[in-house]
Design a protein around this ligand. Structure first.
Ligand code: GDP
Length: 468
């Protein structure tokens, strides 16, 4: 598994996409797909809200649920801590929905939506990062109840349960998501008060702007998840409908349809980011589940399995449980492979174009943004490095410069430390080589989060992989 073993990389610019193949993959879809991640303070009502929406519009993917259950003993399966947590709810059990699914799907008039639920508890931040790194759109759920919104938005960091609204919004933005829907939830608890809704918006809007969200990228939706108000249809409670209609605010589904997912990298060399090693009857012993983040994956073709660098043949590609001829960037798929050791398939595996393979590195340059640090980051600092589905111990081996966060201009070369809320250029070294890319080439393979002892220190993007 050494980086030296990987074949020389052809420059990505030399890649010529096969138009017929791109068209074939595009033809497998009747709707554009988007990935939605739901974040917010614990108990803000994320699961309830999404549970209602799914129940109304969705398909709890029975096949996926069944598969997940069978995979309990399968090799390399991470616990999908961020998985949709409906199974925790007795009322859902009564309804007989099998819900230990990692992903759920629902259809809006415009999109096929893949939903990822991110638990609000502090311990789940790493899984939230995995979820968010795949997301196009985030729904930030805040609790409108008096005192609860304030608690979720509190600036205190470090105490479990405190102020995750801020940390989550920061992470979402830093992980490249620029489309945000703020669902102001539990409106029933505040008598559907428009003043309360406006108060929350007035507090949060400037702060979101400071985080780098554009005004046009943020939508505000007052809802009651529990009562199903303003989720998939206009508000019905009299006290709510009165003003909601007049202000022209969308309901949640309209807000989702008004988002603009980033362009898909269909014209780039293939990259499939695996979030789990898996196996099933149709897929066979050697299979992975994950997201195509670049190019097209076609059944019957050869792919390179990284970082082990073994060639394999794609036996079958499944989308939402149905076999397809090809999948494209943006699609979530399960892939059955032949010719590869199943033990080499796990979260963090990347399937790629054998001629234009993914980079495999244990050292890279990152541009980071520190969060509310208690103590500054020093050169040599030991950190946990999270990158797509991987997390491993590493070190900040070089601090190259502190930067102006807006312009990127160098403020200080070779600083001794990086303080809270600073931007910096650094070199990170990790324990073993993993699949990664420059953020500029493949966003989802180039996002890094640095954590320590349960808190997020910094988020960043990979700016260089060679000679750093
Ligand atoms: P999560 O931790 O963000 O997933 O929150 P949950 O969905 O588990 O909800 C936390 C608590 O808030 C539960 O007791 C829910 O019943 C309650 N809750 C969720 N949504 C609403 C709502 O719209 N109105 C009211 N009154 N309670 C809600």
């Amino acid at each position: 598994q050494s980086a030296a073993a990987c074949p020389p990389r052809k420059p990505l610019e030399q890649y010529q996409a096969d138009d017929a193949l791109v068209a074939l993959a595009a033809g497998q879809h009747d709707k554009a797909s988007i990935h939605l991640v739901v974040v917010g303070h614990v108990d803000a009502g994320k699961s309830t809200l999404m549970g209602r929406l799914l129940h109304a519009l969705g398909k709890v993917d029975q096949k996926a649920a069944h598969k997940n259950a069978k995979e309990a003993q399968a090799v390399g399966k991470p616990s999908f801590a961020w998985a949709f947590a409906l199974d925790e709810r007795p009322e859902e059990r009564e309804r007989g929905v099998t819900v230990d699914v990692a992903l759920a799907h629902f259809d809006t008039p415009k999109y096929r939506v893949t939903l990822m639920d991110a638990p609000g508890h502090r311990d789940f931040v790493p899984s939230m990062i995995t979820g968010t790194s795949q997301a196009d759109v985030a729904v930030l759920v805040v609790d409108a109840s008096v005192g609860e919104f304030e608690a979720g938005f509190a600036e205190t960091q470090g105490t479990a349960g405190c102020g995750q609204t801020r940390e989550h919004a920061q992470l979402v933005r830093s992980l490249g998501v620029d489309q945000l829907i703020v669902a102001v939830n539990k409106m029933d608890m505040v008598d559907y008060s428009q003043e309360r809704f406006e108060e929350i918006r007035t507090i949060m809007a400037p702060w979101l702007k400071k985080l780098g969200f554009k005004e046009a990228g943020v939508q505000w939706v007052p809802v009651s998840g529990q009562l199903g108000e303003n989720l998939w249809a206009a508000a019905e409670a009299p006290a709510f409908s009165q003003w909601a209609a007049a202000t022209g605010l969308p309901h949640l589904v309209e807000a989702i349809d008004a988002t603009h997912p980033p362009p898909r990298l269909t014209g780039m060399p293939l990259r499939l980011m695996a979030t789990e090693g898996t196996k099933s009857f149709t897929l066979g012993q050697a299979a992975v589940g994950g997201k195509v983040v670049g190019g097209v994956l076609r059944a019957g073709t050869r792919v390179l399995v990284a970082p082990v660098m073994e060639l394999a043949t794609v036996k079958v590609v499944e989308m939402a449980g149905a076999a397809v001829a090809a999948a494209q960037a943006g699609d979530t798929v399960d892939v059955g492979l032949v010719g590869v050791d199943p033990l080499h398939l796990r979260a963090g595996t990347v399937l790629c174009d054998p001629e234009f393979p993914v980079a495999v590195a244990s050292r890279f340059e990152v541009r980071i943004m520190t969060l509310d640090l208690r103590i500054p980051l020093l050169r040599g600092h030991q950190v946990m490095v999270h990158l797509h589905a991987e997390s491993l111990p590493g070190r900040l081996v070089i601090l190259k410069a502190t930067l102006n966060p807006k312009t990127g201009e160098v403020l200080k070369e070779r600083p001794r430390c990086v303080a809270a809320r600073q931007a910096a250029l650094a070199v990170v070294e990790i324990e073993r080589p993993i699949c990664c890319e420059r953020f500029a080439d493949y966003r989802m393979l180039g996002q890094v989060t640095l954590r320590d002892a349960g808190t997020t220190l910094a988020v960043g993007i990979i700016t260089a992989l060679e000679d750093v």
